[in-house]
Design a binder for this molecule. Structure first.
Ligand code: 3PG
Length: 233
């Protein structure tokens, strides 16, 4: 399991501190650099860049180079070779939609955090067997949402989840209010259509809104650039 004294453990701790993992589809270095700037302006130096475009790895590399303080990871990683590619590009964590022992082992070999996707008790047990105690719950809304997390936590009290899939501004507090939830993931902050339009200001606004919503009550330090109190998702 990840320990806070390892690079992987430090990244898990950072995800737990920010509590939000934007799941992003960007293509190439230019979009990657713009994305990083928009997220930082919104107060969230975290990005999961998915391998759903030809330029996903280039985008990861650009974020790692232009904004080294951003905790950049790779999503939609399904093979061990992809783990090597994204780690070589600078990814500090790897997210998978499901549980692949090959992906988990390669990420562990490369000393990066890995969050495999789980949706059932058997998958949680298989992940635990691989030394994983922080898992992506996917697709969170389909497998039962917050109620599923409560149910899974009875037999697995030491597992921490990053629910992803169907999470947005309207319901993220329902997830973040649960102790087993380390952070939530989702695409709503960096919607694909906003990237296509180059609307980085709206991405910053949604990010700042999410950051404000994710802060525990009474800890607000003031709204970053683009903050809004509106409650859209
Ligand atoms: C993912 O890739 O993790 C999900 O597609 C994100 O789900 P969302 O689009 O519902 O946030």
């Amino acid at each position: 399991m990840s320990s806070p004294s390892t690079p992987a453990g430090d990244v898990v701790a950072a995800l737990g501190a920010h509590r939000l993992v934007p799941v992003v589809v960007v293509d190439g270095a230019d979009e990657g650099a713009c994305l990083a700037d928009a997220l930082v302006a919104g107060g969230l130096p975290v990005a999961e860049i998915t391998l759903r475009t030809a330029g996903g790895v280039d985008a990861i590399r650009a974020v790692a180079r232009t904004q080294p303080d951003v905790v950049v990871g790779a999503g939609t990683v399904t093979t061990a070779d992809q783990v090597d590619a994204v780690v070589d590009a600078g990814a500090r964590f790897v997210v998978s939609p499901g549980l692949s022992p090959a992906v988990v082992r390669r990420a562990q070999d490369r000393d990066v955090a890995v969050l495999p996707g789980v949706a059932t008790p058997s998958e949680i047990m298989a992940a635990l067997d691989l030394g994983i105690d922080v898992m992506k719950l996917f697709p969170a809304s389909v497998v039962g949402g917050p109620a599923a997390i409560k149910a899974f936590s009875a037999p697995f009290p030491d597992v921490r989840f990053v629910p992803t899939g169907g999470v947005g501004a309207a319901n993220l507090a329902d997830y973040l209010g649960l102790d087993p939830v380390l952070a939530v993931g989702g695409s709503w902050m960096v919607d694909k259509s906003l990237v296509a339009q180059g609307d980085w200001a709206e991405i910053t606004r949604r990010t700042a809104e999410a950051v404000a919503l994710a802060e525990p009550p009474g800890t607000s330090t003031g709204a970053p650039t683009g903050a809004s109190t509106s409650k859209e998702s």
